[in-house]
Design a protein around this ligand. Structure first.
Ligand code: COA
Length: 644
C-alpha cells in the first residue's frame, strides 16, 4: 500500500478499462489448459470445436465483436442475427445493451456480480462466504471476551474514518496503483435474498449512512449507536459498557431467526418475504441490513476438533450449525465479526461486494490498532472530557415475531445447514518448514511455487491432475475484480510426475520445478492484465445468452466441462499478521485451499467434503507438507542454479 499522493477520486478516474483479449489468444491458451485434463481423443474433439468457433464469420468471431463493442462503446446487434422472427427481440435487446454499455465502466463487473453471486442459488454459507481467522487469543473471563470485542469494534470504526476521509492508502501491484472501489463497499452493505435472484444494498454510500452496528448474542439482535450523542465514535470503554448491557439482557437463547440466512437462496428468498410481512420483523431486518457491520458474541466451541486453528475456521465459516452459533449470525451482512468465548476471533464475509485482500487489510488495521494500544490514549481523553458511559442510549433490542410458519422455516434451515456442517471438514495449519524468503532466494515466485506444491500434493494423492482455480486480481482496471489462473498445465503435470519418479535425478526434478513455476508465473502475469481464459469465455457465453442464442457447443464440450470442474479452489490472501482466510471446496469432490505466505512460514486453511470418498483435508495437508519439503530439498540438492 502507498499513501495516496493524489485524491482517491482522481486515482479511480484515471484507471484503465478492462480489455477484451483477442479471441485467438484466449482460445489457444484455453486449449493448453484443457490438454492435461482430457484424453488424446477428447482433445482432438475440443480442438475441432474451438476451430469452428473461431473460424472467420463463425459464432466466436461474432460474439467477440459484440463484446469488444460493449467494452469500448455500445453494443450493436445490427446484422447479428438476421432471422426475422428474432429481429424484434434483438432490437429490444440492442436498446437495453446500449444503455448498459453507456453506463458501464467495466464490461464484466455487473455480469460478474450476477453470475458469480446474486444468481447463485446455493447457500452462501460454505459455498460462497469465506471465513477470516484472526490471530488466536486467550480469554479467561467474559470481560476478556467483551473487552476484545470492544477493541475490534473501535478498531474497525477507526478504519471506517480513513474510508470516510478518503485517506485509506491506495493499494498497488508493482508500479500499478489498484482500483479501490471494493473498500467503499465493505461497510454498511447487505445482500437481500430474492426468489430467483438476490440484490445488494450499499447503505454506507447512501445520503444517510448508518451510525450503528448490530451485536448478536444468544441469537438476540441489538442495535448499538456507535457515534454517541456528540457524533464522535465511542471509546473502548463505552462500547464495552454497551456490550455488557447486551449480554445481561440476553442470558438465554432465543429463536434463531438468523439461521434462515444459511438456506438455499430460493428458499430463503421465499421465507424472507413471509418474515418481512410482519411490521416489527421488517423494522428489525432493516436495522440489520443498514448497520455498519455485525458483531457476533459466541459461546465456547461446540465439537472441538483438537486443532484450535481449525475450530476457529469452522466457527467463522459456518458457526458449527444449529447446535452452535449459526443462529447468532445474519449471513447476508457483508462483514460479521465473530468473537468466541475462549479466544477464537475472526469474521465471515458475504463475498458479493469485495475480494479477500481489502477485507484482510481491514483486519490488519484492527490488529495494529489493538496491538499498538492507540485506543488507551483515546479512552483517557474521554475521561478528561467527562463523558461517562451512562450517558449513552441503551442498546436497542431488535425484536422478531416468529409465526408458526417461520418456526417451520427455521427447522428446515437447521436441518439443511446441519447436513452441510456435517459434510465440511477442514484442516488449518501453520507450515513452518520455510516461507517466501527461501523461495525468493531461489529466484522463484513464491505464489507460483506454492501453487505448484498444491498441484503436486493433488497428483501425489490422486495420481492424476486436478483442474485448479486460483484468483488473480484485475484491480489494475477500473472496478476490476478477478480472473482465474488455471494452475494445472502440461508443465505442472510433467513436474508432478518427475517429482514422484524415484529414478529422476535432483537436477531433473529441480529443472521441471522451475519450468512449472515459470509457466504458472506467465499465466498469472497474463491473468492480472485481464488476459486469462475464464472471464473472456464467460463474457462470450453471456453475450450469446443475452442475444437469445443457443449456448455455443464449446461450452458443452468435455474439454470445457473438465477444465472448469475446479477440484482445487485456491487463493492467496496475504495479511501482515498471522491470520488466514478459509473457504469450502468449489465442487463436491474438490479441495479448498487458501494461504497467507509469510517470510518464514505459510498459514494454510484447507477444506474438503466428507461425502466425497476421494478427498480428505488431513491427507491433503500431509501431501502438501511433504510436497513443499520435497521441493525445498530438491532445490538445495540440485546443482542447477537459477538464472540471475
Ligand atoms: N525471484 C525473487 N523474488 C520474486 C520472484 C523471483 N523469481 N518472483 C516474484 N518475486 C517476489 C516479488 O517481487 C514479490 O516481492 P514483494 O514481496 O517485495 O512484493 C514477491 O516475491 C511475491 O510475488 P509473487 O509470489 O510472484 O506474486 P504475488 O504476491 O504478486 O501474488 C497473485 C500473485 C496472482 C496471487 C496476485 O497478483 C494477486 O492477484 N493477488 C490477489 C488474489 C485475490 O484477489 N485473492 C482473493 C480472492 S477472494
Amino acid at each position: 500500500m502507498v499513501a495516496p499522493s493524489r485524491s482517491l477520486h482522481d486515482h479511480q478516474g484515471s484507471l484503465p478499462r478492462l480489455p477484451v483479449p483477442p479471441l485467438e489468444e484466449t482460445l489457444n491458451k484455453y486449449l493448453k489448459t484443457v490438454k492435461p485434463l482430457v484424453t488424446e481423443e477428447e482433445f482432438q474433439l475440443t480442438e475441432e470445436i474451438v476451430k469452428k468457433f473461431a473460424a472467420p464469420g463463425g459464432i466466436g468471431q461474432q460474439l467477440q465483436e459484440k463484446l469488444q463493442q460493449g467494452a469500448t462503446s455500445n453494443f450493436s446487434l445490427t446484422g447479428y442475427n438476421k432471422k426475422k422472427k428474432k429481429q424484434q427481440r434483438l432490437m429490444k435487446l440492442q436498446e437495453k445493451l446500449q444503455q448498459r454499455a453507456k453506463k458501464s465502466d467495466n464490461w464484466l463487473s455487473e455480469w460478474w456480480i450476477n453470475a458469480a453471486y446474486l444468481d447463485y442459488r446455493w447457500p452462501v454459507v460454505v459455498w460462497s462466504s469465506p471465513g477470516l481467522v484472526f490471530p488466536l487469543q486467550e480469554f479467561r473471563t467474559l470481560d476478556d471476551q467483551l473487552s476484545y470485542a470492544a477493541k475490534v469494534i473501535v478498531g474497525a470504526l477507526d478504519y471506517k474514518k480513513m474510508l470516510d476521509d478518503k485517506t485509506v492508502p491506495i493499494d498497488h501491484m508493482g508500479k500499478d496503483l489498484l482500483d479501490m472501489s471494493q473498500y467503499f463497499k465493505m461497510l454498511g452493505t447487505c445482500r437481500i435474498p430474492g426468489v430467483t435472484r438476490d440484490s445488494i444494498v450499499y447503505h454506507g454510500q447512501s445520503e444517510n449512512p448508518p451510525k450503528h452496528i448490530v451485536v448478536v448474542h444468544n441469537n438476540h439482535f441489538f442495535k448499538i449507536d456507535v457515534y454517541g450523542k456528540e457524533g464522535k465514535p465511542l471509546t473502548i470503554n463505552q462500547v464495552l459498557h454497551q456490550l455488557r448491557n447486551v449480554v445481561e439482557r440476553s442470558t438465554h437463547p432465543t429463536s434463531p431467526v438468523g439461521i434462515l440466512s444459511t438456506q438455499n437462496r430460493n428458499v430463503w428468498g421465499k421465507a424472507y418475504k413471509k418474515l418481512r410481512k410482519d411490521k416489527l420483523n421488517k423494522a428489525s431486518i432493516e436495522e440489520i441490513q443498514r448497520s455498519i457491520f455485525l458483531v457476533a458474541l459466541d459461546g465456547p466451541i461446540v465439537n472441538p476438533t483438537g486443532n484450535e486453528m481449525t475450530d476457529a475456521a469452522l466457527l467463522c465459516v459456518h458457526g458449527n450449525g444449529s447446535q452452535g452459533y449459526a443462529g447468532n449470525r445474519w449471513y447476508d451482512k457483508t462483514i460479521q465479526f465473530i468473537i468466541g468465548k475462549k479466544g477464537a476471533v475472526g469474521l465471515t464475509y458475504e463475498h458479493t461486494p469485495a475480494e479477500g485482500p481489502p477485507i484482510a487489510n481491514l483486519m490488519d488495521h484492527i490488529m495494529n490498532f489493538i496491538n499498538t494500544g492507540n485506543f488507551q490514549r483515546e479512552d483517557s481523553t474521554m475521561k478528561e472530557r467527562k463523558l461517562p458511559a451512562i450517558e449513552l442510549d441503551r442498546p436497542q433490542r431488535l425484536m422478531f415475531n416468529v409465526s408458526d410458519d417461520i418456526k417451520q422455516e427455521i427447522e428446515d434451515a437447521k436441518c439443511a445447514l446441519d447436513s452441510l456442517v456435517e459434510d465440511l471438514e477442514m484442516t488449518c495449519f501453520l507450515f513452518t518448514g520455510f516461507g517466501t524468503s527461501f523461495i525468493k532466494s531461489q529466484r522463484l515466485s513464491p505464489d507460483s511455487f506454492l501453487q505448484m506444491a498444491i498441484q503436486l500434493a493433488f497428483y501425489r494423492i490422486h495420481k492424476e491432475p486436478g483442474a485448479h482455480y486460483e484468483s488473480a486480481s484485475t484491480r489494475r482496471y477500473l472496478h476490476g475484480r478477478t480472473e482465474t489462473i488455471r494452475s494445472c498445465s502440461t508443465e505442472s503435470v510433467e513436474f508432478a510426475k518427475t517429482m514422484l519418479d524415484e529414478n529422476a535425478s535432483a537436477d531433473e526434478k529441480a529443472s521441471s520445478l522451475r519450468k512449472a513455476v515459470e509457466g504458472h508465473k506467465n499465466y498469472a502475469k497474463d491473468a492480472v492484465r485481464g488476459y486469462g481464459v475464464d472471464r473472456h469465455l464467460l463474457g462470450l457465453k453471456l453475450c450469446a445468452i443475452e442475444a437469445g442464442m443457443d449456448v455455443p457447443t464449446l461450452f458443452m464440450d468435455v474439454g470445457y466441462i473438465r477444465s472448469s470442474h475446479m477440484r482445487l479452489s485456491t487463493s492467496q490472501v496475504p495479511a501482515r499478521c498471522e491470520a488466514f482466510m478459509c473457504f469450502g471446496p468449489l465442487v463436491p469432490d474438490g479441495y479448498g485451499c487458501c494461504y497467507n505466505p509469510r517470510p518464514d512460514s505459510v498459514v494454510f486453511g484447507t477444506s474438503a467434503f466428507n461425502s466425497s470418498p476421494e478427498t480428505d483435508s488431513a491427507t491433503f495437508r500431509a501431501a502438501l507438507e511433504e510436497s513443499l519439503m520435497d521441493m525445498h530439498d530438491v532445490l538445495l540438492k540440485s546443482g542447477l542454479k537459477a538464472k540471475l
